[in-house]
Every structure is written in C-alpha cells, then in structure tokens.
Design a protein around this ligand. Structure first.
Ligand code: GLN
Length: 249
C-alpha cells in the first residue's frame, strides 16, 4: 500500500516535507512505520506541485524507486510551492507498472492520489467501469485500479461536484460494488480533500505555514492528528474539517 502526502499553505520547498524529516516520504519508500499492506514502496513515485500564477500543476514522476533517482532530492530542495501531492508506490497485483501508473494523476487543475486497492481488479469490475462513458474509460491514465478510481472521481468533478462530494460519492460507488481500501487525496492547489477508508491518515498544522495530510507522520512531533477510519478531511486556508463517511461495514 503506497504512502502519500499533500500540503497546502505558504510557499515552501517540497524537500522540507518529503526528504528532510527523519521519516519523510523518501524514507517511507523503504522503511514505512505504519504500512500494513506491502513492505517497500519501490514501484514508482511522483510529485505534483503548483507554480505561483499558474493553476495547472507540474508533475515529476518516475517508474523506479525514489531513492534511485539522483535528481529528485535536488529538485525538491530548490522548488517552492503553495500546494503539492506526492506519493511512493507499492503496486498491487494485476496493476500495470511504469511511470503512467505512479501518482499523482492529473487533469486540468487537479492532482489525485490513491493509497489502497480495489478487490476484483480488473476482471470483476465491469459494473463499476460501466459508471463511466466509454470515452472516459479510454482516457484512463494507466491500467490500474487507482486510475479507474481517479476516472470515477474526475467524472463527478466534471459534473459539478465539489472535491469532498466527488471523493465521498466515489467511495460510496466503489464500496457498493466491491471491497476496497480507498485512501484518496485530491487538490486543486487551493484546498485538499482526503479520505481515510481502510488505512491510516494523519493531518498536522505547521504553524505559520499551512497544513499537511499524510498516510503516516514524518516525525515524532505530538501535533499529528490521526483521522478515524471512514472519514473525509477537507483542508482550506481557514483550517481542517472532518466528516464521517457513511457505509462502512
Ligand atoms: N493499487 C494501486 C496501485 O497498484 C495503489 C497501490 C498502493 O496503495 N499500494 O498502484
């Protein structure tokens, strides 16, 4: 099960969150502390971030382990951004490999990451895939459960749902059809929506800076707050709100 992280706030270097802390995402790629599914996260990684004045994010993704990429730590040290999503991947059975399968996925202003797995992928998910028009199925970024979940979320966003509504409705749709772990992260650079559904999720305020949402704490500071399972987190400049998601058995 992958590990992921999102940040929203004042400009900072992604490396301050992703590389420098003692248990940062970088280290979580080989030594996660709270991962219950999978062991290492060596099947690709990605960072998506926003430059000031440009609402379309940039992405840097690779198919291999983050520790084997000499450029990543350098880039993460010198960039500055007000919002980012990053992930390290542990591919689940039946899912394609390669850069295209590494989160974050993107469309327009959106960045998305899925930490989890959808049971029955790919062969038993016809009913779920049928929720999408064929043209949107053909646009899948990769042949993975995560890309299908992203297509379902994007379909809702395009129909006018808010980020929180799109995540909650997608979790409900998938849970209706099959069992799944669905820790989702979504940002448009101005807010973050995240779900805890089957795996750990934390958030933390960085005083004077902003808010981090992450699969697991990157250090031992006491200010990390764990979200309960089956919850939806909404992060805006004004702070964090947490709602319960219905339908957990
Ligand atoms: N199932 C997804 C994939 O294979 C996500 C994996 C994960 O969370 N470990 O890419």
């Amino acid at each position: 099960m992958c590990r992921h992280l999102a940040y929203l706030g004042e400009p900072l270097a992604p490396g301050e969150l992703l590389v420098a802390p003692p248990h940062a995402l970088y280290r979580q790629s080989w030594a996660p502390r709270e991962q219950r599914h999978g062991t290492v996260n060596a099947d690709g990684f990605g960072l998506g971030w926003y430059a000031d004045g440009d609402e379309t994010p940039a992405r840097y993704r690779r198919a291999g382990p983050i520790w084997a990429d000499a450029a990543f730590a350098d880039l993460a040290r010198v960039l500055r951004t007000r919002a980012l999503v990053a992930a390290v991947r542990s591919a689940t059975p039946g899912c394609a490999d390669g850069e295209a399968a590494a989160a974050p996925f993107a469309a327009g202003p959106w960045l998305f990451s899925h930490n989890g797995a959808v049971a029955g992928w790919p062969g038993e998910l016809g009913a779920l895939a049928a929720l999408l028009p064929p043209a949107e199925l053909l646009e899948l970024e990769a042949r993975t459960d995560s890309a299908l979940v992203w297509a379902l979320v994007l379909h809702r966003l395009r129909a006018g749902a808010t980020p929180g509504e799109a995540l909650a409705a997608t979790v409900a749709d998938v849970a209706k059809h099959t069992s799944a772990r669905l820790n989702l992260l979504l940002t448009d650079g101005r807010s973050i929506a995240a779900t805890a559904w089957g795996d750990t999720l934390y958030h933390r305020a960085l005083p004077g800076l902003g808010t981090v949402v992450a699969s697991e704490p990157y250090d031992d500071e006491p200010s990390w707050q764990r979200a309960e399972d089956a919850s939806l987190l909404l992060v805006e400049a004004s702070g964090v709100t947490v709602q319960r998601l219905p339908g957990r058995d």
